[in-house]
Design a protein around this ligand. Sequence first.
Ligand SMILES: Cc1cc2nc3c(=O)[nH]c(=O)nc-3n(C[C@H](O)[C@H](O)[C@H](O)COP(=O)(O)OP(=O)(O)OC[C@H]3O[C@@H](n4cnc5c(N)ncnc54)[C@H](O)[C@@H]3O)c2cc1C
Length: 474
Amino acid sequence: MRNAVVVGAGPNGLTAAARLAREGWDVTVYESAPTPGGGSRTAELIEPGVRHDVCAAVHPSGAASAAFASLQLERHGLTWLHPEIPLVHPLDGGRAAVLHRSLDDTVAAMPAADGRRWRRLVAPILHRFEAVNAFTQGPLLAWPDDLVAATVFGVRGLWPASLLQSMFRGDEAPALLAGLSAHSCLPLDRPFTGGLGVMIGALGHAVGWPVAAGGSQAIVDALGSVIRQHGGRIITDHTVLDLRELPPADAVLLDVSPKQFVSMAGNRLDGRAARPYRRFRYGWSACKVDYVLSGPMPWLSPEARRTVTLHLGGTFDEVAASEAAVQRGNVHSAPFVLVAQASVVDPSRAPDGRHTLWAYCHVPNASPLDVSDRIESQFDRFAPGWRDLVVGRSVRTAPAFAAYNPSAIGGDFAGGSMAGRQLLARPKLAVDPYRTPIDGVWLCSASTPPGAAVHGMCGWNAAGRVLQTSGSYT
Ligand SMILES: Cc1cc2nc3c(=O)[nH]c(=O)nc-3n(C[C@H](O)[C@H](O)[C@H](O)COP(=O)(O)OP(=O)(O)OC[C@H]3O[C@@H](n4cnc5c(N)ncnc54)[C@H](O)[C@@H]3O)c2cc1C
């Protein structure tokens, strides 16, 4: 029987392990933390019985993941819970830009001409959703299986959000686009930001923006269940600092950052081979606040009370100014804030009468700033009176994220910057970005394609390459 060792039990390491275990490999996963999960854990952070997603909370990418579908995680306890509305972007005066599950409803809520333009951007992706989705779940530089789908994505993908927004006249569509595009963790005048925003928005129509019942931990638990069902094991409290510590294996898959890979490889990687991994650039981090509330958030916008996910920050220009400030090394006084109120659809998160609120804004890499007061100023703007509901809060800064997860360099939470070539070529320009210069050693973290989010596709693709290379799978 062939055997594999996986270092790191984040969503990508676990998915790689699950795929190999299902193919009959003997798999062992080593995880440095006391529990598996990486950026997909759920924990009681403030008071007993109230469960918060420590990092990832909302899962359009998980719901669209070919890996999770193939592993049939629903049979291992994962249930997606969908709010009535996937995403709401409040505007002043109780108004909001709304991403409905249906494209027709989304378009109908915009001024007529803007609605027509929004449809022209999104509808072609939805018409070929399966193929476009498959294209974006692997290395973008690979030859596409469906050239039309790649073209549909490519034509939209290139544009900066700042250029796409100039198509619209009202403030709803640009605001929606700004919030979606800000998931790139880049200033909104950079190429690809608009395309990424349109694609994430299209996911809302195609698969929704769900949360996992019980918390994001349920995804990790389901992956762990697949691994164990096929005889694999997960060993926690075990940090791997050097590849030489590992038992002999047919394949070693690393769910870690390129910087860690270089350090673990030591002198097995000469200077030239190490260079692209050393030069890999890390991106923004987050300052995050979790709350226990005694009631639901009193959003001024009625739609905002019917969703889990909100983008706070107002107009396109305001969101763009917030993200530009992060790029300059600052945090804006009115930052763009991502919010999830999971307890709106998942009563299991909190006992009767309690609610959870998860919120973060982008901060520069390694910034020690606690900007929770700036995050809260956005709540004052869009949900006045919310302070009366606060039972408890917990803040996590960039250094705290770095301490929580050794893969999060400087608190980087996207597996590395998406700027420039790193969007297309992660971690380096190569036909096979998962293969490392060391025989039998593969990288499978979010620093490989398709990048950040809880979808497991980096691990799935890396395991696929291992299977192909070893002749176990064609
Ligand atoms: C605040 C925040 C909010 C987010 N929100 C969302 C969201 O809503 N939706 C979404 O899809 N994504 C979200 N993400 C991103 C998502 O969490 C990550 O993209 C995803 O977890 C990456 O998975 P991974 O397996 O590549 O790495 P990770 O999740 O980082 O896992 C790596 C694992 O490897 C372990 N490890 C590292 N080094 C070693 C070592 N030397 N030895 C042993 N073990 C090691 C770590 O402890 C960790 O458990 C968010 C992230 C953050 C921080």
